[in-house]
Design a protein around this ligand. Structure first.
Ligand SMILES: Nc1ncnc2c1ncn2[C@@H]1O[C@H](COP(=O)(O)OP(=O)(O)O)[C@@H](O)[C@H]1O
Ligand SMILES: [Mg+2]
Length: 395
């Protein structure tokens, strides 16, 4: 079956569409209650095509404003939910036409406006909460095929953090009987999936390591008026403030044991304000270099603290996400992980363009759901049980 995956991440840069072919791998259709974490057979996955569509500037601004809850109006949020669906639909339709491929099902992650994976008190209750926008019913109507959306709540409902959800996909594609692999995505937030050699799904460890591009983007915007540090050229011209990097790495988030998730709530405005304060009067290019080093070092630091010693050895790190376009970040990452015995490889080397990975993952999750199969990895999210994720909208 041909499936479209649609992803728009916390960077709020735009929409990634992946078209993939997925066949087989289905056990008995099971009810949620009886579903097990490890399907006996796995689907066959083939990547077909990928395209990327930046959000129009005013939409990006509206999305970022909506994430900043104190400034959001409920009418605008309701409208944004439908507007995003229109943009997602257009993105899929254009991609289909461009590659002359017709999809039969779509999986849409949506735009996260709020994510709080851990329980916190609210009105006398203790709750975790998550909210992704992009109305599935509108998308299904435009595409003329069923759409699976809103993947995270089912995991939260089982005591999980609702993230990360990509490990199911990582496990399917990158598990190996000879070597342990780290699958590292660098979007706005950076997250990893650690797959030990010959691992069963329960042995997979996955969590958010901290900022990916989010802090780099914010300081580049503030100091240079540009949305991101293209190819990492600004960072390459600066000097890293080592004391600031070390100081930031002592922040509670980095010390917390996984499972853990992060978003703009952790590494958005507040964090950036403090970060800039710590940088003091440093030159702007040094500030960008330091934000870039923080992204690289926080990944290596997380591996060192929580992964290598417990689940090692690992010999490869496969990177994906927009951060792979930042060559300074990649160079810093390679330097930071070499002492851990890891060699850096790109998702592209495995036949999947690094920008397409997360979108492709949500195509796979949609396929699972459509076939009544679970796709969270409880060891990664902390959920008490496996869950069939998402909500289906029929065309
Ligand atoms: N040419 C480039 N040079 C440097 N950074 C880039 C480049 N292209 C994309 N990026 C970075 O990648 C980010 C988007 O990555 P993406 O994987 O889409 O993240 P998200 O999932 O959070 O949307 C941009 O915000 C930017 O920081
Ligand atoms: Mg993006």
């Amino acid at each position: 079956m041909i499936v479209a995956g649609v992803m728009s991440g916390t960077s709020a840069d735009g929409i990634n569409v992946a078209l993939v072919q997925i066949e087989g791998g289905l056990g008995r259709a099971e009810t949620t209650a009886k579903a097990t974490a490890a399907p006996h057979r796995f689907p066959q996955f083939k990547f077909l095509a990928h395209a990327e569509y930046p959000y129009p500037k005013n939409v990006r601004r509206a999305v970022l404003a909506a994430m900043n809850a104190s400034q959001a109006r409920v009418a605008d949020l309701a409208r944004l939910n439908f507007l995003l669906a229109e943009l997602y639909a257009k993105a899929v339709l254009v991609t289909q036409r461009q590659f002359r491929i017709k999809v039969e099902l779509a999986g849409c992650h949506g735009q996260t406006l709020y994510h709080q994976g851990k329980l916190a008190p609210f009105l006398g209750f203790k709750l975790a909460a998550t909210w992704q926008m992009g109305e599935g019913a509108a998308l299904a109507a435009r595409l003329g095929v069923p759409v699976v959306s809103d993947f995270r709540p089912a995991d939260i409902a089982r005591g999980g953090q609702g993230a990360p959800l990509v490990p199911f996909f990582d496990y399917l594609l990158y598990r190996d009987n000879r070597i342990g692999r780290i699958v590292q995505n660098i979007g706005g937030i950076a997250n990893l999936t650690a797959i030990p050699r010959s691992a069963s799904p329960e042995q997979v460890l996955a969590f958010d390591t901290g900022p990916g591009n989010m802090v780099i983007d914010a300081v580049t915007e503030q100091r240079f008026g540009k949305p991101y540090d293209r190819d990492g050229t600004i960072a390459a011209s600066g000097t890293v403030l080592e004391t600031v990097v070390n100081q930031e790495l002592r922040a509670p988030f980095f010390r917390h044991k996984p499972p853990k998730t992060a978003g703009r709530e952790e590494f958005g405005r507040e964090f950036v304000r403090e970060f800039l304060k710590h940088c003091g009067r440093a030159e702007s290019r040094d500030v960008v270099a330091t934000a870039t080093a923080l992204a690289a070092r926080s990944i290596a630091d997380a591996l060192n603290r929580f992964v290598i010693r417990r689940r090692g050895p690992f010999s490869e790190m496969i990177v994906s996400g927009g951060g792979t376009k930042n060559s300074t970040l990649l160079a810093m990452l390679a330097e930071a992980i070499t002492p851990l015995g890891l060699q850096l490889r790109s998702s592209d080397e495995f036949g999947l363009p690094s920008e397409a990975k997360e979108a492709a993952a949500f195509a796979l999750l949609a396929y699972q759901t459509w076939n009544r199969q679970p796709s969270n990895v409880p060891s990664a999210t902390g959920a008490k049980s496996a869950a069939i994720l998402g909500k289906i909208s029929y065309a």
